[in-house]
Design a protein around this ligand. Structure first.
Ligand code: ADP
Ligand code: MG
Length: 328
């Protein structure tokens, strides 16, 4: 059976200065998401996570181009669709929760209006049944006294509540998959945990799949079933969460794991030396080679292809951790 969402060799570039500057933000990304599963996309800031999400729902900046690739939702390619067609798909079949709840809510409309709109537009609900649905959605994201609070405007709510409202809006059109792009980055840690639990509960109740984008590996461990690690516009390693934490194969994944502080261990933290590369001027060979402790000559000139790992997953590296002679 086809996966719910299949992204295949997606390339999305930002083109500026009359075509002389090309930022290869997404450069050959492939992954799939099954119904009901949570797929994580993780990596340092600037590696192309948000651009990948925006390409899927086609909410790209004007300078961005989907250069090639396929994005299949339930077997149907979204890349050739017009903006009008995408408007009928967004909200109804695939929804988003973005990083900044204040920017995703409209200050001029009440909470009721904003939660009701997708249910009105995509599910054809009207009058009393629309009101009942809004109350139900607000209940599900644990807004206290929803009948009262639905008359409020975004500025009357706390940051955590606003983000929960955004969660309710994402659910309102009854999508099969929700893309959550760093949905808790702007929340306090305690509120963050509540929100992650809430998303898990919603998922259990509705069976919706999630693409969960974060730079926080602790959140990945809590939320995801499988994970793609992004570096410089590419997925450099993909594994089950268990595999990734217990047996990371790409040196970049290893470095990310080593940079997490561990409770009760008084060692110096290992950051990753250097900076992610300029995506408009990538190094030759493997993009990670200037920061990689395992780099050999081949890594300097030849770009590694993605290859399947024993069991499940893939890695893009000439010398993956744990199989020194395989590709040397
Ligand atoms: N509107 C834009 N115009 C030009 N470049 C952009 C734009 N948005 C993002 N980029 C560039 O694309 C790259 C990937 O960014 P992004 O997808 O936001 O990464 P992430 O979400 O992983 O932080 C970065 O180098 C960023 O500077
Ligand atoms: Mg981002």
């Amino acid at each position: 059976m086809a996966p719910l969402l299949l992204v295949e060799d997606l390339r999305t570039y930002y083109v500026g200065f009359g075509g002389t500057r090309v930022v290869k933000a997404v450069d050959g990304v492939s992954f799939s998401v099954e119904a009901g599963e949570t797929f994580g996309l993780v990596g340092e800031s600037g590696c192309g996570k948000t651009t990948t999400c925006h390409a899927i729902v086609r909410l790209l900046a004007p300078s961005a181009r989907i250069v090639s690739g396929r994005i299949e939702l339930e077997g149907e390619d979204l890349v050739p669709k017009s903006q009008g067609e995408m408007r009928r798909i967004r909200g109804r079949r695939i929804a988003t929760i973005l990083q900044d709840p204040m920017a995703s809510l409209d200050p001029l409309f009440s909470i009721y209006d904003q939660v009701a709109e997708p249910a009105y537009y995509h599910q054809g609900l009207r009058g009393r049944s629309l009101r009942v649905r809004v109350k139900q959605l607000l209940d599900a994201v644990r807004i206290p006294s929803p009948e009262l609070r639905m008359k409020d405007y975004p500025h009357q709510m706390s940051g955590g509540m606003r983000q929960r409202i955004v969660g309710a809006i994402a659910q309102a059109g009854g999508p099969r998959i929700i893309i959550a792009d760093e949905p808790t980055t702007n929340l306090d840690v305690t509120i963050q945990l509540q929100y992650l639990n809430l998303l898990k509960d919603l998922q259990r109740a509705t069976g919706v799949a999630l693409i969960f984008v974060t730079h926080n590996l602790g959140i990945v461990a809590k939320m995801c079933d499988r994970v793609g690690v992004m570096y410089a516009g590419k997925i450099v390693e993909m594994q089950s969460v268990r595999g990734l934490f217990y047996r990371p194969r790409h040196p970049y994944t290893r470095a990310l794991l080593d940079s997490i502080p561990k409770l009760g261990v008084r060692e110096a933290l290992c950051g990753i030396p250097g900076q992610p590369p300029d995506l408009a001027d990538l190094p030759r060979g493997c993009s990670f080679h200037p920061r990689c402790p395992r780099a050999v000559d081949r890594c300097l000139d030849e770009e590694p292809k993605s290859h399947a790992l024993n069991g499940d997953g893939s890695v893009r590296c000439w010398l993956p951790i744990g199989e020194p002679a395989a590709n040397g």
